[in-house]
Design a protein around this ligand. Structure first.
Ligand SMILES: [Zn+2]
Length: 239
């Protein structure tokens, strides 16, 4: 795991309510000794907006019971040009998606520029707060993700090390202070198994993380399948 270059106890963290960013929260507090954290949550009209926002808030409250940290939870305004809310009735019929359907879902639920907008928002917040680093838990998509490779041929490249480099180049010319985007899971080419292992070591409350693309939990989407394989089946959390 990389060493933080910012020796202060401050960090800006993108918190999504999911497992990965919760593990990163615990990593920042327990391994890097950050005591002054500003967490930001982005509302892009995601289908599971309400529930993921609640989980992100619960994670911060739980962390504060264990270790007294200062945190501020900002919700970035929604992108009103994204009209998500796609829900496929096939989910109700216990059928998994075909490869073609999986690609179709990705097209319908694609949020234009999401990771770049999130990264720059977090870096902007860091700049204004005098924090040197903004942290994101992006990772390379797990191999279980159907058709991801063919999607990425046409899709964005915003979960790649090259994307991080470019965000950092923007960081050099966009702000008053030097702000770095930190993405250690991506830097290490970590997959879900590695992240879960770190989370287990750090005592992350996996039950306070939400994975399903929908709400309530469908048990069939890719996010649910991955959660089941790495968390639920190992007895680390409920669905
Ligand atoms: Zn699901």
């Amino acid at each position: 795991m990389i060493i933080s270059y910012d020796k202060s106890d401050k960090a800006v963290l993108v918190l999504s309510g999911g497992l990965d960013s919760c593990v990163m929260l615990y990593y920042l507090v327990k391994r890097l000794d950050k005591k002054n954290i500003e967490a930001i949550f982005l509302n892009y009209n995601q289908i599971n907006l309400g529930i993921t926002r609640d989980y992100a808030q619960k994670q911060l409250e739980e962390m504060n019971k264990e270790i007294r940290i200062q945190y501020t939870f900002y919700e970035i305004q929604s992108f009103p040009w994204h009209k998500l809310g796609f829900y496929d009735e096939k989910l109700e019929s216990h059928q998994l998606y075909s490869l073609e359907e999986s690609l179709e879902i990705k097209k319908k639920t694609f949020v234009s520029g999401r990771n770049s907008l999130i990264a720059l928002s977090a870096m902007s917040r860091a700049d204004v707060s005098g924090v040197g680093e903004a942290w994101m838990s992006v990772q390379i998509d797990p191999p279980e993700w159907p058709n991801v490779q063919s999607f990425l041929v046409r899709g964005p490249k915003d979960i790649t090390p090259q994307w991080v480099d470019r965000a950092n180049l923007l960081g050099e010319v966009s702000f008053q202070n030097l702000v770095r985007l930190r993405t250690p899971f991506l830097d290490l080419r970590w997959g879900k198994e590695d992240i879960v292992e770190l989370g287990t070591e750090l005592g992350v409350p996996f039950n306070l993380t939400y994975s399903c693309r929908y709400h309530p939990v469908c048990g069939k989407c890719e996010q649910c399948l991955i959660r089941n394989r790495y968390i639920v089946d190992k007895g680390l959390a409920d669905k």
